[in-house]
Design a protein around this ligand. Sequence first.
Ligand code: UDP
Length: 461
Amino acid sequence: MEKKQTAATESHVLVFPLPIQGHINPMLQFSKRLASKGLKVTLVTSTSIAHSMRAPHESAINVETIFDGFQEGERAASPDEFLKRYKATVPQSLAELIEKHGSSPYPVKCIIYDSVLPWVLDVARNTGISGASFFTQSCAVSVLYYHEIQGSLKVSSEAEAVGVVSLPSLPELEFNDLPSFVNGAGSYPAIYDLVFSRFSNIDDADWLFWNTFNGLEEEVVNWMASKWPIKPIGPTIPSMFLDKRLEDDKEYGLSLFKPNSDACMEWLDSKEPDSVVYVSFGSLAALGEVQMAELAWGLKRSNTSFLWVVREPEKEKLPNNFIEETKEMGLVVTWSPQLEVLAHKSVGCFITHCGWNSTLEALSLGVPMVAMPQWTDQPTNAKFVSDIWKVGIRVKVDEEGIVTQKEIERCIREVMEREISNEMVKNSEKWKKLACMAVDDGGSSDKNIEEFVTKLVCNSN
Ligand code: UDP
């Protein structure tokens, strides 16, 4: 699609994600959609991740880095320490960036900030620009967090949740389907605060963008829309894997990890169609050592080829000799080009933690899932994958909280079984079609993006 040359070209927006992979990816893809409508877009990242960032070679998106309290390569001792220093430093750095652009030909009109950083709206107000909040999770999960804040989701233990939780617009949910944080902060108080803070000034934001799309979670979106003027703009799948409209979409990522791309793709090329299980738990989740071993031996027992992403710090939890013993059937890498992997014809099943991006990616690329949620929003996403969208099955956890090797084997076999996987692929076709329609020219998400661009341009003239 050709880039529109309109007055929008004069309008400059900043896009500011929390510096973690699962938030950078959707906000970068959204930036590309905005840039394709002629806006000048700057994705703002910060010093703590600058050393590990691998930017696309060529892109319509500028990337600028601000100081976030950490020198390049410096690591915080804990999430609490990181977030404390980050919040104390970033408002000033952002304000300076906005002021710097004030005297350029492209003054900033609006900042689109990660919804978990609601204080960015104060920076916007103080510098005289508008502020838009971007929600990186599903609408269903947001509704659950909202009910938790309102006190209408009073569930603090499994015992209390005997039976089901019934809330307007949501399917009936059991305790294990709820996001982990509705059960309290556990050992992550700072992340807990972050998760719930996004509602603190939701009424004040000029725009509310959601990474979802019409039809996927319709009732929940309608319920949210009855409270706030939310704008679904997703799914934020790179255009080259979905509608194929954006011309400058060859290099689609801005990765904090170095993918073993050639090794993965060459290995996949050597496999039969639909014969490989792809396993990834995203950028943050850490499995316990026992769980890691059960998963490893489950993969071996399944006797199915597997491509497993085990991030560097997780590697030492692999059982001794596992890589050696399975080298004929498996490939273990520290990071993969996930979209390319999911789009590869050899991949027939995705064992996933159900992070929202991974879920949308598998759904849009038609890969049946084995849902193995770990924490935060993942249990709710897993519920939708298995019971609502019917594009995967969910593992059963034993009394010790472990998914055993036998269970892993069972799930792989079930999903790899042609009849079942065909049914799931058929179901994903429907979602893929809706996803494509939403972002395509004149689709619901595209219209929402267009509306934002038009209003921004009108207001700045
Ligand atoms: N990802 C990737 N390579 C990997 C694992 C993950 O490119 O080996 C990408 C994946 O495509 C997704 C993101 O990292 O866009 C992870 O986001 P998600 O919401 O699924 O999980 P999180 O990392 O936030 O838990």
